[in-house]
Ligand binder design. Structure first.
Ligand code: SF4
Ligand code: SF4
Length: 425
């Protein structure tokens, strides 16, 4: 299935927000797909309502606190993209509108402090590395003692964090040779949260790619892809990250760039649009974006060669929004999981409804995020599966916490970890 972005480009009116606005015929087909509308049935919290608000903001040149609130409440899950028969580029509209909100809307100091903390930390893997031992200590010794003295924002971050199993970890090697006749040289995007808190996912991805005949290059110098910044309307910051990442992978001399975090993949595939107005980078960004594949997408494209051994687990697969709606990668993870002998693959109800993670949404809008997280956890429990498979670190953290809250012992794994388990034998 082609990425929704490709199908929508023709209808978008180029790079012009008023063109994207004009594409909306107010039919309302997108409403039942929108998680915030599903929760509260409020028009201003639907895609159609938000498009109207964005039009008002563009016309007036100002952003009221009420308008900012409804736009902040949008998950950016993009479920409205495939639901829209008119090809409205809501993804680009909301990104543009959020940039205006950041410029025009004076946020209360608490919000500003929380956002400053989030953006001083999450897109910086070196800083996240320093947090890891603190989190390890907090999870083992200090949570009961210091929790009540921490600001709410820090407590929420700590509650969502995955369990840190050791003070140190082994990053994936910069070069992993192909384990059989080489079919391609592949660059691996390590992610920020992924490389520090889920190093096993990167190890598993490199292992699977190597087993399938790919030489894997993971440049240690790579930084953030800019996904979180773009998602929050910090577009200049996102552009700086994008230029750095393109330069790093161009120097690595790879045929294809593979991403195992859905949010990062969706953002990198949009680099051509992000840097379209930069004459020095537009063509490079478009060429680079064309080389980018989600890990499951790439593995299905090259076809399996490595032998699989049975994995006797029941596994529910949950689509990450930025894989399903942002990249149109729906069949490939299911095909890979179905190809593991002995694995009993189950579907989760409401697969297109966001779990509430949505980048940093669960930190900034914890109320709505928690309602969606618990709704998702309930659907996962209904499957009776032993494992939940997903392809995004944010979804893994969010659903794991919601499952834990409901007393469930369902284990959360990345699709690549299950594949590695089968290939490793
Ligand atoms: S965004 Fe699309 S589906 Fe939603 S109201 Fe506008 S035209 Fe209809
Ligand atoms: S991105 Fe998601 S939350 Fe936002 S309007 Fe679209 S469907 Fe609703």
């Amino acid at each position: 299935m082609p990425a929704p972005g490709a199908a929508h480009a023709a209808a978008s009116g180029g790079g012009d927000p008023s063109g994207w606005l004009a594409d909306c015929v107010h039919c309302g087909f997108c409403l039942p797909a929108c998680p915030t509308y599903i929760l509260d049935s409020a028009e201003p919290d639907s895609p159609r309502g938000r498009i109207q608000l964005i039009g008002q903001i563009l016309d007036s040149g100002t952003v009221s606190p009420v308008q900012a609130g409804h736009l902040d409440n949008c998950l950016g899950c993009l479920a409205c993209l495939p639901a829209c028969p008119s090809g409205v580029r809501y993804d680009r509209l909301i990104e543009h509108a959020r940039e205006r909100v950041e410029e025009e809307h004076p946020r209360p100091w608490r919000e500003r402090a929380q956002r400053a903390l989030v953006f001083a930390l999450f897109p910086h893997p070196r800083r996240l590395r320093l947090v890891r031992p603190l989190l390890w200590l907090y999870q083992r010794r200090l949570s009961g003692l210091v929790s009540r003295f921490l600001p709410a924002a820090v407590r929420e971050m700590a509650a969502l964090a995955p369990e840190v199993t050791g003070l140190t970890w082994t990053p994936v090697a910069e070069t992993v040779p192909a384990a059989q006749p080489r079919r391609a040289v592949v660059g691996l995007v390590a992610g920020c949260v992924q490389r520090v808190f889920f190093p096993g996912v990167n190890q598993a991805t490199a292992e699977v790619l190597a087993a399938e005949g790919c030489e894997v290059r993971t440049p240690a110098a790579q930084g953030c892809c800019g996904a979180l910044s773009a998602h929050a309307g910090r577009l200049e910051e996102a552009r700086r990250f994008a230029r750095d990442l393109i330069g790093t992978f161009e120097s690595a001399g790879v045929d294809v760039v593979v991403v195992n975090a859905a949010g990062c993949g969706a953002a990198i595939k949009e680099y051509g649009h992000l840097l379209a107005d930069d004459p020095a980078w537009a063509a490079r960004a478009t060429r680079f974006a064309a080389k980018v594949r989600d890990a499951a997408e790439w593995l299905v494209e090259i076809g399996p060669r490595a032998a699989r051994v049975p994995v006797g687990l029941s596994v529910a697969y949950q689509d990450a929004c930025h894989l399903r709606n942002g990249q149109g990668v729906i069949a490939q993870p299911r095909a890979l999981l179905s190809g593991i002998p002995g694995l009993d693959l189950r579907e989760v109800a409401e697969p297109g409804v966001c779990c509430g993670s949505a980048g940093i949404y669960n930190l900034l809008q914890p109320g709505t995020a928690s309602r969606l997280g618990h709704r998702k956890a309930e659907h996962v429990r209904e499957t009776g599966a032993e494992v939940l498979a997903t392809a995004n670190p944010g979804c893994a953290m969010q659903i794991r916490q919601a499952l834990r809250d409901s007393g469930s012992e369902v284990r959360v794994m990345h699709v690549m970890e299950l594949l590695a388990l089968s290939i490793r034998g």
